[in-house]
Design a protein around this ligand. Structure first.
Ligand code: HEC
Ligand code: HEC
Length: 380
């Protein structure tokens, strides 16, 4: 023991002990050839494979995507597994719009109640009201954009706010819930198709404000929804009708959806998905006089960029926005600024390709971005 505690004493014999001890601890030299897996590991793998097989066996859902789609899934889908029969059996078992709408009504129930009768003084009834069983266009419009301010329903006056659903619910779901409320609690009005919702949504793309009673009543009870045929796939005819019948030809011909895609690819990095920017580096597009104001100026901003001190929505910025004129065509600029104006500019009018081309002609050769003073000098 004392040897071990004092390393300087009889160091040689100590070292010899250490060498043999470490030699004893060593594993045998590796040899060539195959060795079988340890049985325990084999068992673990076998277990995992069995589990995976059983899991897939139970939950494969007939290998049909629709089984997992909340609005199309039915038990029948699962049992009709024969590949030949699947396609013919599927069509008749698909839930009707009204049936699908029942589940979606859970969004409305907190306010309008399971009975559809609402809560006196707070949430109006949707049983038998002109807004529900009357014009399809009105009902879709209400669901898309929401409703605010005083409104008279079934003899009582309400002054609340009904939320907009165009962001939260797909066109199909809006069609389904609209069809459901039109066919429940004794209501007996025809279904509303998904195509009609899609068409009206497109027409109203430049509006973001909720409706008022006066605006809704101005929609005639028998108003037709133009462009529904287009949404169903009759492209040529629908597109022509859109341009010729829409009061604002501009609104119909600018593709706002494409503009959104541009926004999400280009502007979003700085102005953010919300359009609120990032103080103090990137100014907001919401509550901005530049976004709501002159269409020509809005096009000019994207064409040439902006630089130097600028006050937006009451806050000062001093940075620079790169010009996009060289990378974006007139069409793309028209789409993206129209989207920005519709999404963040309180429904300001779209900017047409012609207006962008005109702005490019006037300012395209400008070497620098705009200053605040120059932007303010634009005619409204
Ligand atoms: C947060 C509560 C709330 C939710 C959720 C809600 N609504 Fe409303 N809804 C209201 C209020 C409040 C009004 C009246 C608005 C006003 O006073 O201007 C209204 C009005 C309406 C109207 C027009 C007036 C009438 O009673 O006929 C319809 C139709 C309607 N809602 C349908 C729906 C449907 C369908 C849903 C579900 C997709 C829904 N609402 C979800 C609160 C709500
Ligand atoms: C690289 C970041 C960046 C990108 C990308 C960008 N911007 Fe800007 N934008 C800015 C900055 C920074 C300012 C303010 C410049 C200054 O301080 O003078 C500005 C100013 C603006 C203004 C005027 C002020 C306001 O907030 O209303 C508008 C309108 C605008 N941008 C729209 C757009 C649009 C539309 C796009 C996409 C096509 C876009 N911007 C892309 C950074 C950017």
């Amino acid at each position: 023991m004392s040897n071990h505690s004092d390393p300087k004493n009889s160091a040689d014999s100590h070292d010899a002990h250490k060498v043999t001890a470490s030699a004893k601890r060593e594993l045998p030299d590796p040899t060539e050839g195959n060795q079988s897996l340890p049985p325990a590991l084999l068992l673990v793998f076998a277990g995992i494979i069995c589990f995976a097989g059983v899991y897939l066996g139970i939950y494969h859902g007939g290998f049909q995507g629709a089984v997992f789609n909340e609005s199309e899934s039915t038990p029948d889908l699962l049992s009709s597994r024969k590949p030949g029969a699947a396609t013919s059996a599927q069509a008749p078992v698909e839930l009707s719009l009204v049936e699908q709408g029942k589940a979606i009504y859970s969004n409305c129930q907190p306010c309008h109640q399971a009975s559809g009768l609402g809560i006196a003084g707070q949430f109006p009834t949707i049983v038998g009201t002109e807004y529900v069983i009357g014009s399809e266009k009105r009902l879709i419009a209400i669901l898309l954009k929401g409703l605010g301010g005083p409104i008279k329903v079934a003899g009582a006056t309400y002054n609340g706010a009904m939320p907009a659903w165009e962001k939260a619910l797909s066109d199909r779901k809006i069609a389904a819930v609209a069809s459901y409320v039109r066919a429940t609690w004794g209501n007996n009005a025809p279904e509303i198709s998904e195509a009609k919702v899609a068409a009206l949504k497109k027409q109203l793309a430049d509006r973001s404000a909720p409706w008022t009673e006066a605006e809704l009543l101005a929609i005639p009870a028998d108003a037709a929804i133009e462009g529904a045929a287009e949404a169903q796939g009759v492209k040529g005819a629908g597109a022509e009708a859109g341009v010729s019948t829409a009061p604002k030809g501009a609104a119909a011909s600018v593709d706002i959806e494409a503009g959104k895609a541009q926004y999400m690819a280009i502007c979003v990095a700085c102005h953010q998905p919300t359009g609120l920017g990032l103080f103090p580096v990137f100014p907001p597009l919401v509550n901005s006089e530049y976004v709501k104001g002159s269409p020509e100026r809005m096009a000019a901003i994207v064409l040439n960029g902006v630089m130097g001190p600028i006050i937006v929505d009451g806050k000062p910025y001093n940075n620079m926005m790169p010009a996009q004129g060289a990378v974006l065509t007139d069409t793309k600029i028209s789409q993206v600024v129209s989207y920005v104006r519709s999404a963040f500019g309180e429904g300001a009018s779209p900017v047409t390709v012609e207006q962008v081309a005109e702005a490019r002609k006037k300012y395209g050769s400008r070497p620098t971005g705009w200053t605040e003073a120059e932007l303010k000098a634009f005619p409204e």
